[in-house]
Design a protein around this ligand. Structure first.
Ligand code: GSH
Length: 223
């Protein structure tokens, strides 16, 4: 019997959330081991399972994978969410990288002493740099690449929901992206993931950054 997938990270969104999204869409059940204390993180380091002493780490198919993008690509390949050929794949990766850049900016907000300037930057870059790309790509097609669901679509729905948490009206000038989001959240696996009690993590609360820094899950100097 195949082993269950196990995610090792803290009990929050961070870099693991996109992996949770992708596994959900691939309909892969997973367990989570939360690193609630610094000792739990250090144990993984001392056991030599974190190649660069960093999480996310995902146990899958007898391997202990690290590096978020490598993990996402493995899952996307395995579950047929990475295009039909090399040209699809490079487009999927280009769209995905843009979304990860944007989500990374949102992810670091709780770690900033004064998040306002970054928030303003995110809003203007989302409006002027990122969302227009997806709006154009979705003029006509149902999915971003190759007429079928891919990693890029999963990251786009995750990212648009994250953006709306910060700027509720941000999609008003992007009707194609908004209707894409509407279609995506009807996919049964996604719909279940969006319900209370699922493995989706809530937006970071007040103590999120403090606890993460204390446990050395995030280095404060990284930002
Ligand atoms: N490039 C890596 C970066 C991972 C990373 O920065 N992980 C943080 C937690 S989100 C960490 O483990 N920090 C501890 C450290 O670097 O000492 C990835 O995308 O997986």
């Amino acid at each position: 019997m195949a082993q269950r997938v196990v995610l090792h990270y803290f009990n929050g969104r961070g870099k693991m959330e996109s992996i949770r999204w992708l596994l959900t869409v691939a309909e892969v059940e997973f367990d989570e081991k939360f690193l609630d204390t610094r000792e739990e993180y250090e144990k993984l380091v001392n056991d030599g399972v974190l190649m660069f002493q960093q999480v996310p780490m995902v146990e899958i198919d007898g391997m202990k994978l690290i590096q978020t993008k490598a993990i996402l690509h493995y899952i996307a390949e395995k579950y047929n969410l990475h295009g039909k050929d090399l040209k699809d794949r490079v487009m999927i990766n280009m769209y995905s990288e843009g979304l990860m850049d944007l989500m990374e900016m949102i992810m670091i907000l709780p770690f900033l002493p004064d998040p306002k300037p970054k928030l303003d930057e995110i809003q203007s870059k989302a409006n002027e740099r990122y969302l227009p790309v997806y709006e154009k790509a979705l003029t006509g097609p149902v999915y971003l690449v190759g007429g079928k669901l891919s990693l890029a679509d999963v990251l786009l729905v995750e990212c648009t929901l994250m953006l709306e948490e910060k700027f509720p009206a941000i999609l008003k000038d992007f009707p194609n992206v908004k209707s894409f989001q509407g279609r995506m959240i009807q996919i049964p696996a996604i719909n279940r993931f969006l319900q209370p009690g699922s493995k989706r993590k809530p937006p970071p609360g007040e103590n999120y950054a403090k606890t993460a820094i204390e446990n050395r899950r995030i280095n404060s100097h990284e930002f």
